[in-house]
Design a protein around this ligand. Sequence first.
Ligand code: ADP
Length: 575
Amino acid sequence: MIFRRIFIVYAAVVLLAGLVTETYVTSAVRDDHINNLKRHSEDKITLISREISFTKGTLDRFCRGIKDELNTRVTVILNDGKVIGDSDRDSLTMDNHLERTEVQQAASFGTGMTIRHSETMDHDFLYVAKKVTTKDGGTGFIRLAVPLQDIDRAVNLLRLKVVLVVGLVLLVTWGGSVWQTDHLRRLLGQIAAFSRALSRGELDKRLFLNRAGEFSEIADNLTSMSVTIQGMMSQNDEEKNRLNVILRSVPDALLIIDAKGIVTLSSSSAKDFFGAAPAAGTGFADVVRNHEFSALIEEVRKTLTPGMTELSVGTDLEKHLAIRVSPLFYKGSDLSGFVAVFHDITEIKKLEQVRKDFVANVSHELKTPITAIMGFSDTLLEGAIDDREHAVKFIRTIRANSERINSIVDDLMTISKIELGVIRVEKSMVDINNVFENIMDLFGDKAAAKNITLSVRNRHGISGVSADRDRLVQILTNLVDNAIKYTDTGGVIFGIDREGAGAELFVEDTGVGVPAKYLSRLGERFFRVDPARSRKMGGTGLGLAIVKHLVKAHGWNIHFESRPGKGTKVRISLT
Ligand code: ADP
């Protein structure tokens, strides 16, 4: 492209120069030659005029003689234009020549000249006429017709040379511009290829130009531009990645909402909160269908300060969310949107409720024995102390209630110690059959007293279990104690079984059982199916809670199965 343009300009200049040169030189050369011819012809005419007389009749022969010597047509014309001698034709048959241009000019100025094309000879002739006076005093005109064939040939030759030179110059120009622009074209090609790669996003390419002159700066600028863009892109990528990692890892649902209320970005956990990940371009009201949230957004829009609220969502309003909405300002002080963070506080709420219930339960559990102690103490103080028989009974009751308070406090402390990590579970290989024997020793009499059977089963002859022996004994003690407590007929059987790849401890009874709706609540502190019966038997309602904690501390799992009226089976899988 650039090459073609440069070449066209060069070629136009060369052709114009050639044309001007040709026109000027050929016309100058021709004019000069004709002037020379004219001068020589005039001299010849002067010489010829000395040899002739206008009064001696026809001069044709004389003229032919002259032509033989000068190789020029000679014509002798009288003042009235009559031709009296001609070297080429018979003068008698020739027209009057007075009107010929050269004769007219000679009549007026002494000499005349004209160039005419001869149809017969088919080339130009220079006609030079001169008014002459002969020796005898006669006047007339002598005209010479000089063929311009030679000069035309010479001019044509010159023209040919000029054309050749122009052609040669054009060729050199073409070669020169090819040579000159080749390097330029290569540089431009490299720059174009580099910028194409840049526009395709291939930013790791670099541009090195050889002998680039002024282009070096362009190359340097382009290269540093690509380096800058690459830096900006990688920074951008890094920021995007960082943002994605944050959005993927935050447990809270996070929505970025633009000023028009469209959700533009959301964290991965948003789909757990709202069922599905919000599609780009969805309005926030379609993602969070809650008028309190919409009201909060409107409030933040108005006040331009962060706002908070708590919501209960889900079909049974079982999920509790704490929401914080902050205004976003990307540019200046104009509101660009909002960031809404949804924090799931269901667990916190549940724990809060558990704590409240716990305090209420503890107070309630302690209140009964304390009231009894206070009541019997008052009775004693009011005089019953002197009634020895009753006094002893009352003091026994006071003692029993104190024991009850003591065991409640003991159990609470055990739970608290497990929770605080004061009671640690340190596993070692425990001889399980030995543990079973201990339990049998502990509860044998109690079962016999209730007239129910108590037996151990270890079908697979498992001998060792990795556990904390004391805690394992405590677990089995609580469970077997419960089983005996809540069984009136039949018996209790406990032991160990294979379960899949692992083993499973179990305690099974044929007692009262637990209604299905309460099964999930077994192990909650102070939960009892029948509080009166439990209390009557000295239960604190904390035994299963302790079991659950200890099982968890071992890394095991506990599972309750029960059929009211038929019996209960507690299973602990040791995996
Ligand atoms: P408690 O001191 O009342 O026995 P636990 O925490 O040991 O407290 O047990 C909680 C409640 O679970 C009991 O009050 C009882 O209703 C029920 N329970 C526990 N074990 C059994 C069982 N083997 N058979 C029937 N009910 C049981």
